[in-house]
Design a binder for this molecule. Sequence first.
Ligand code: SF4
Length: 640
Amino acid sequence: MLKYIFSPIKIGKMELSNRLVVPPMVMNYCNEDGTATERFIAYHEAKARGGWGLIITEDYAVDPRGKGFSRIPGLWDDSQIESHSRLTERIHKYGAKIVAQIYHCGRQTNHLVIGEQPVAPSPIPCPVNQEMPHELTVKEIKEVVEKFGDCAYRAKKAGFDGVEVHGAHGYLIAQFMSPYSNKRTDEYGGSLQNRLRFPLEIISNIKAKAGNDFPVIFRISADEFVPGGRTIEDTKAIAIILEDAGINAIHVSAGVYASADAIIPPSAVRHGWITDYAAEVKKVVSIPVITVGRINDPFVAEAIISSGKADLVSIGRGSLADPEMPNKAAAGKFEDIVQCIGCMQGCIERLFKNIDVKCLVNPSLGRELEFAIQKAGIKKKILVAGGGPAGMEAAIVAAKRGHEVHLYEKADILGGQYRLASVPPSKGEITTFITWQKKQLNKYGVIIHLNTELTAEIADEQKPDIVIIATGGKPFVPDIPGIDKPNVVAAHDVLSGKADVGPKVIIVGGGMIGSETANHLANHGKEVIIVEMLPQIAKDEEANVRMYLMKDLEEKKVVVYTNTIVKEIDDDGIKVERNGKTEKIGPADTIVLAVGVKPVNNLAEQLQNKVEKIITVGDAFEVRKALEAIEEGYKAGLEV
Ligand code: SF4
């Protein structure tokens, strides 16, 4: 059915068996000296085994001063070649091709990562990193050009099938190419030809050192989405010049750090949103064009290639969510594919903290060896209490390991509170994970007991070896006068459709749940006020997700009171303390409470000494995010 994505293609002399590409994504899995760890290799190996035609690795620094994160790979020294040779050897066993993306981050780093002042074409700080860079002299520019060529040569020696020159996302090459960051008046600044001198010298240096036939892909941001930055028309002109300089493919992305949501968009952004830009570039070049941009489904990739807008499709976070996507798609096992839900919790949120990347829907990401699912030596009877994502994950892993697993859920439907998280606008894809989990439960023979709360009595009857408690949490009810009034409802009941809400609503608590509930209600025409005691709302939301949420709330005219403490709930509003004064906020028909969640776990105590082992996971243990809950569920499945 998917004949386009599974057709072969050539990039220069490199022959690819299909059009599915893993684009470069920083994982922070390497050693600090830039050498490859077994974790880094195993992570890539899972992709090669999963059937991807081309893997483009994350940014190989050409110089330690060009590192944007602590634990990225590097090929700035011959001593680094050996560990990366082991990587390419392992990838080639599966018939996949592997290309090293090579880069220098320029001003988009800071002294905490590189231990010195960043460099740039001009002494203008990156608005995100905010460190004044050193303006490169012409001599220093020439040295960096040599480093790119040396790095490409080392990549060739290490067995890579080509290199991708990172000219996108506001890194050093992009800084030179853009009038947004390049204010030089020498031969490297000003006109388009001058701004392109740096990348053109790099391409020429690579070809001189690694050979004319060593494939070179160039990555570029179609539009930088910053005032004074490059636009698609500039990019098309640049693409023509780069093709003439001998690049073998162009990889069209978008954005710089100051428009980071364009680089890594959350679920609020449409699938394949950069593809129309790639199509524009494709009109002016004859080399293959690679597109990217929140593509998480093989059918979307197929539609892109069949429509002729691009020749190859990069699926980044989709490949983190499911490294086996190509194999499953080729076998027609579409329902087995775990899709990226654009949550940002495991990947970008952790990367912004400069720590290793994880994935909410794929706990084994980056722990392919440690988290491998092996058959259990002895088949046991496992009872799982709670059919939220943590409980379901525990049940799936335990069942895959060959145990007899019973899953108890007191509601008439699986998904727990995570199902409610899918209700607000832009969050609908969360349900793809819940439906995937349900499918896996059935596939691996988990016995599901809906409308049944696991009790000590049931446990006595069933005589399990192990009980996994994943009973989640319940809304916290604060001790405020008026809390029992009939106009007061919980956000959870609003999202589940249990509570009716009047036309004017006050939401007490502006964390992630309160703010998303406000967005949901405003989307349905309600007049909404959020009251939050902290200085900002939605602070527990991931940065890029929060950005879109805040825009939504503003557009829908949601009123926000911060630094405001609720003192009392009335029939038609609330009394609050604000700026040292007591005032009334309202009128409102409904007061929605979203002031937090507390763990639910009555079972552990009742089962003490009755079963071999009790494992408590997720919110039942401690209220946190779905990322932690699902990982704990997975680990519990491994532990039993
Ligand atoms: Fe996608 Fe979320 Fe996984 Fe990141 S953590 S890859 S956004 S599902």
